[in-house]
Design a binder for this molecule. Structure first.
Ligand code: DX5
Ligand code: ZN
Length: 223
């Protein structure tokens, strides 16, 4: 099932509740929250208080993409604030298996993220324990960057692995997903589409979401 995970990083923060409502009316079904620490990535965004503030204004699942060092230290706080999905970067986890267990123990759905330079095969051992894999199609850190086509082959590779291993984790993609790139990632097997700029640009949030989902669903493989 194709789903739109709208990234609030690109929204108008002064009207956050209205922005979330508009993206939801446009068909968005996941709120994607980009957590950045100024260490793992060169940008600082939000922490658990943002998750807590969003929790009462929407029933949609809150998807926390942790671009932070030492994510284990913060998983309990994000879970307690209301995160439903928590993903961590392969690149920062020395004990990735344990960190994913930690997320599940806190009753959130565990996901693992790989940056563009990280091969899919580094995840093989943990695939049976994740609910989703997030393939970055830009280098983590900022919204509004250009889509990197190398993500398409990585998504297709993951979809093949999933079949070979008899698993059912979901594939999420993040970065530069827009009207001109969404078909390629959907055709390769991505189902959870993160989009920030493409949803919130030009003050047309609802229409942008409708249009992006329409193009994505038209490209979805049958079945
Ligand atoms: C980048 C973030 C993305 C970002 C996507 O590090 O993980 O979620 O907000 O923004 P767009 O859709 O503008 O590329
Ligand atoms: Zn993200």
């Amino acid at each position: 099932m194709i789903e739109l995970a709208f990234s609030i990083l690109a929204s108008d923060f002064a009207h956050l509740a209205d922005e979330v409502a508009a993206a939801e009316r446009g068909g968005g079904t996941i709120v994607h929250i980009d957590v950045m620490d100024g260490h793992f990535v060169p940008n600082i965004t939000f922490g658990p208080p943002m998750v807590k503030a969003l929790r009462p204004i929407t029933k949609l699942p809150l998807d926390c993409h942790l671009m932070i060092e030492d994510p284990d230290d913060y998983i309990p706080a994000f879970a307690q604030a209301g995160a439903n999905m928590i993903s961590v970067h392969q690149e920062v986890c020395r004990n990735l298996h344990r960190t994913l267990q930690h997320i599940a123990e806190h009753k959130a759905l565990p996901g693992v993220v790989i940056n563009p330079a990280t091969p899919v095969d580094t995840l093989v051992e943990v695939l049976p324990m994740v609910h989703f894999v997030l393939v970055m199609s830009v280098n983590s850190g900022f919204g509004g960057q250009q889509f990197l086509p190398l993500a398409v082959d990585k998504i297709a590779h993951l979809a093949r692995l999933r079949k070979q291993m008899g698993l059912n984790f979901r594939i999420e993609v993040d970065g530069g997903v827009a009207l001109d790139t969404v078909a390629s990632v959907v055709q390769a097997g991505a189902e959870m589409l993160v989009a920030g700029s493409a949803v919130f640009e030009k003050g047309r949030t609802e229409q942008n979401a409708v249009e992006l989902l329409r193009v994505a669903r038209a490209a979805a493989p049958a079945g």
